[in-house]
Ligand binder design. Structure first.
Ligand SMILES: NC(=O)c1ccc[n+]([C@@H]2O[C@H](COP(=O)([O-])OP(=O)(O)OC[C@H]3O[C@@H](n4cnc5c(N)ncnc54)[C@H](OP(=O)(O)O)[C@@H]3O)[C@@H](O)[C@H]2O)c1
Length: 228
């Protein structure tokens, strides 16, 4: 799959909650570069691109989230990308914030894309095993992080109404090169021929904006690096 550059799609109003993070900052850069109008939401607002408006929002505050997603002209954002996390992992926080953003988005008719965890995917080695429960991918010391992602996906699945998609990264997600290419899957972890399951945060951001511009039919998707 090769997309991104030279898009001629309609200009979207995209809110990114977690704007200062590894993923959020790259989604903002990608969306801004494609000419979309971006609301960069985080507790410490940041963003210097002309298409980007920084807004101070605490994701735990439902009123603040609603105000941020509602436009001054009475309209609403077209989409919100939820890409927050706490350090150390706090499953209760993640589930509560996800529910808040699902609630507000459903009320306003805003599409929501959650950047979640690889743990919520099926293991490529055993379809009835989640990555979160597969020690081949998730060592004991990061199990709580993987379990929080599983709970976050469950929160989406059990939410009444709302237009959501949950994007699980591959096992390894780190800053790197923007190639503009990636492989796309649904609910099973993608790995290359050597067993490596990874993508750069830059290419994940390409996939996020592609999904917002051209929504697919699946509620749970994943992406991974694609070589030449
Ligand atoms: N392989 C994998 O499965 C994998 C790997 C990496 C990341 N991820 C997932 O990708 C997502 C993004 O991760 P990341 O690495 O980009 O995280 P990150 O760099 O730690 O950034 C977290 C973001 O959350 C924001 N945030 C935290 N608490 C907030 C609150 N109460 N209100 C508003 N914003 C808040 C922070 O902004 P402020 O502190 O400025 O408010 C920051 O922008 C997470 O869901 C993470 O689990 C998955």
């Amino acid at each position: 799959m090769k997309t991104g550059a030279g898009s001629t799609r309609a200009r979207l109003r995209i809110a990114v909650l977690g704007a200062t993070g590894m993923v959020g900052s790259r989604v903002i850069k990608e969306a801004g570069a494609r000419g979309h109008q971006v609301l960069a939401l985080s507790r410490k607002p940041a963003g210097e691109h002309p298409n980007v408006t920084p807004v101070a929002v605490d994701a735990r505050d439902a009123h603040a989230v609603r105000d941020a997603l509602s436009a001054p002209d009475g309209g609403a954002a077209d989409a919100v990308v939820l890409t927050v996390r706490s350090m150390p992992v706090d499953q209760e926080f993640l589930v509560a914030v996800t529910r808040t953003v699902l609630d507000v988005s459903a009320r306003l008719g805003v599409r929501i894309l959650v950047v979640g965890g690889a743990g919520a995917l099926r293991s490529p080695d055993a379809q009835d095993l989640l990555v979160a429960d597969d020690p081949a991918y998730v060592p004991a010391d990061v199990r709580a992080v993987a379990a929080a992602g599983v709970a976050q996906l469950r929160t989406c699945r059990t939410h009444a109404g709302g237009d959501w998609v949950y994007l699980s990264p591959p096992a390894l997600l780190e800053p790197g090169e923007r190639t503009g290419r990636y492989r796309r899957g649904t609910d099973t972890l993608l790995a290359d021929a050597d067993g490596r399951s990874w993508i750069s945060a830059e290419d994940l951001a390409v996939a996020v904006v592609d999904e917002l511009e051209t929504p697919g039919p699946d509620h749970h998707i994943t992406v991974a690096h694609q070589g030449r």
